[in-house]
Write a protein that binds this ligand. Structure first.
Ligand code: GRF
Length: 202
């Protein structure tokens, strides 16, 4: 069984989609074994507690440097014997040490069709504000592997979502979550967990 850590910063609706998918037997190769938040206030921590999943917070401001923060993250992930990491609305910067430790075993959900509206500064509502400002007719979500380039890793899954007349960033964000993010992330989690399980079995 592949032990999965979900890294969160906010409301945790993507974490909830993963929890619900696991409970519905849709992630047979993986088990969410840790929720790690970048702050103490993330509602995602409440969702973890309700689901009886171990939940901790590791805060960047508690560490003098990026490297010390990275090492604290790696220590936490190893303490819970984590095989695979999912970034689900996670906003802290990950240094090369963490990315190296989980290369090709760390995935992220981004609320646009990469390569549009991604990279530095494109997170949360900003992504949808940019899509509306550009006037695109279609947007969506992407799950990709995490590497050193923000939102630059190999794409795993994408799903398109129509923009509608009168959409606000908030309305669009909700539609992209409901019609794309919450569908793609559990699917990608199972695909990557199965791949890692096969590699471990070799
Ligand atoms: C949302 O903007 C979502 O589109 C992106 O991360 C943010 C928080 O999501 N993936 P969540 O509700 O904390 O999963």
């Amino acid at each position: 069984m592949i032990r999965i850590a979900v890294l969160v910063s906010g409301g945790g609706t993507n974490l909830q989609a993963l929890i619900d998918a696991e409970n519905a037997g849709k992630i047979p190769h993986g088990k969410i074994s840790l929720v790690l938040a970048s702050n103490d206030k993330a509602y995602a921590l409440e969702r973890a507690k309700k689901a009886a999943i171990p939940a901790i917070s590791v805060k960047r401001k508690d560490y003098a440097s990026q490297e010390e923060f990275d090492q604290a993250l790696i220590a936490s992930l190893h303490a819970y014997k984590i095989d695979m990491v999912i970034l689900a609305g996670y906003l802290s910067i990950l240094g090369t040490s963490v990315i190296d430790a989980y290369r090709d075993r760390m995935i992220n959900i981004h609320p646009s069709l990469i390569p549009s509206f991604c990279g530095k500064g494109f997170y949360g509502l900003h992504v949808h504000e940019a899509a509306l400002a550009r006037g695109v007719k279609v947007t969506g979500a992407t799950v990709h592997y995490v590497n050193e380039i923000p939102d630059g890793g190999k794409i795993i899954l994408q799903k398109a979502v129509e923009i509608q007349e009168g959409d606000t960033p908030e309305i669009l964000q909700k539609r992209v979550m409901e019609q794309a993010e919450w569908i793609l992330l559990p699917k990608a989690a199972e695909m990557v967990a199965e791949k890692i399980a096969e590699e471990k079995a070799e």
